[in-house]
Design a protein around this ligand. Structure first.
Ligand code: PLP
Length: 425
């Protein structure tokens, strides 16, 4: 891999470099285990004294190729692929915080993430509080506590479509000696590279655009590699001996990627959350067209948003690429395109919106977002159903909101579909 390759090239080429006579496409290593000729080799692998594979719960060649591709696209040093986006967010934070610690998150996050934070991780003893995504530096400073171990934001909220001011969040986090974790699912590295704006850890639900074809649930966590864990003084788990690995010190023994190694050998190993080889293969092949797809998703969403905005039956439209959208300026600063998701409300409210959803023909009702096919969803009764009404509003979900995941079909056909459904309501 050439270090100077641009993103479009990395999307196609990075991660797998076949040798002479090897398969051109990354092979699916559908094997739980690996054969060795002598016992010492395996002992050395267990001791992390040499690189290699010994059990797919920890690492697998196909998954490793996928991890390398995404790390290259994000500009990070290494990545760990896991079995869902939920696992990526949960375990990236559990790698930083334990019972008794606190994490500060921005509002307007994906409903499943809010539920994970306010229920499951809370039960594990990690406390979460939320600040506005538009919080000032002073407000963020005031919300960070002595036991805060990370600041968490989404680069483009699902479905709030809010873009945080990364530089303000990262400056505040770093001033307090803690990392900024960014869920970059919606923009993907094609449209946003959070490491360029001060993030330290990036997570993804690879289920979405990275796979891009709705075939595989998966997640990934990427480490930038320059956070100073020792200087922070807040992360003894990184800087002091790990008893479960007879005294390994992550910052000393794996100085280039301590976060990644700790995540893999403690949490992926113990909780058993690896990505499966077949999912890594499908996601890796999907990712080869990521740059092309994100361009088309963004272009189609922009055209549909502008069309809906002019439609007499539509009450409102939100898409950060619209000039009068509240996120237009921040999106211009941080994103190279606004991705494929827009939201809108029909003038007749939630009931009329449901009618429109039921009468779409090309766009399907799906509990999914970010694949090649256009789909719609009503978050209040679906993805955000478990949240209270107040939490839904905080997440940017009004009762009439319809979320459209604009696919890569011909945009004229997508527009015609929405027009015929709106005509009847
Ligand atoms: N993060 C974001 C921004 C999401 O939109 C989602 C799912 O929609 C997730 C995380 C969770 O990902 P998964 O469904 O792969 O567990």
């Amino acid at each position: 891999m050439d270090k100077n390759w641009k993103l479009e090239t990395l999307a196609v080429q990075a991660g797998y470099e076949p040798g002479n006579g090897d398969p051109r496409v990354v092979p699916i290593a559908q094997s739980t285990t690996y054969k060795y000729d002598d016992a010492q080799s395996v002992a050395d692998l267990f001791d992390l004294k040499r690189e290699g594979f010994f059990y797919t719960r920890l690492a697998n060649p196909t998954v490793a190729a996928f991890e390398k591709k995404i790390a290259a696209l994000e500009g990070g040093v290494a990545a760990v692929a896991v079995n869902s986006g939920q696992a990526a967010n949960a375990f990236s934070l559990m790698n930083l915080a334990s019972a008794g610690d606190h994490i500060l998150a921005s509002a307007g996050l994906y409903g499943g993430t809010v539920s994970l934070f306010t229920n499951t991780l809370k039960r594990a003893g990690i406390e979460f509080s939320f600040v506005s995504t538009k919080a000032t530096r002073a407000e963020i400073d005031a919300a960070i506590r002595p036991n805060t171990k990370a600041v968490f934001v989404e680069s483009l909220g699902n479905p709030s479509l809010i873009v945080p001011d990364f530089e303000v969040f990262s400056a505040a986090a770093h001033a307090h000696g803690i990392p900024l974790v960014v869920d970059n699912t919606f923009p993907t590295p094609v449209l946003c590279r959070p490491f360029d704006f001060g993030a330290d850890i990036v997570t993804h639900s690879t289920t979405k655009y990275i796979d891009g074809h709705a075939t595989s649930v998966g997640g990934i966590v990427v480490e930038k590699g320059d956070f100073d864990w020792a200087a922070s003084g807040k992360f003894p788990g990184f800087t002091e001996p790990d008893a479960s690995y007879h005294g390994l010190i992550y910052t000393r023994d794996f100085a280039a990627m301590p976060f990644t190694v700790k995540l893999r050998v403690q949490l992926v190993r113990d909780y058993g959350i690896p990505m499966m080889p077949m999912h890594a293969f499908l996601s890796m092949v999907g990712c080869e067209t990521l740059a092309l797809r994100m361009e088309r998703h963004s272009a189609n969403a922009q055209i549909l948003a502008e069309h809906l905005q002019k439609h007499p039956k539509v009450g409102w439209v939100r898409y950060p690429g619209l000039k009068d959208d509240p996120e237009y300026a921040t999106a211009k600063k941080y994103l190279k395109g606004c991705s494929g998701v827009l939201t809108f409300g029909v003038k007749g409210g939630a009931k009329a919106g449901e009618w429109v959803m039921n009468h779409l023909k090309l766009a399907a009702i799906v509990v999914h977002v970010a694949d090649v096919r256009t789909g719609v969803l009503h978050p209040a009764s679906m993805t955000h159903r478990q949240l209270s009404e107040a939490e839904q509003i905080a997440a940017g979900v009004s009762p009439d909101l319809i979320r459209v995941s604009v696919g890569i079909e011909n945009v004229d056909d997508i527009i015609a579909d929405f027009d015929q459904a709106l005509a009847g309501c």
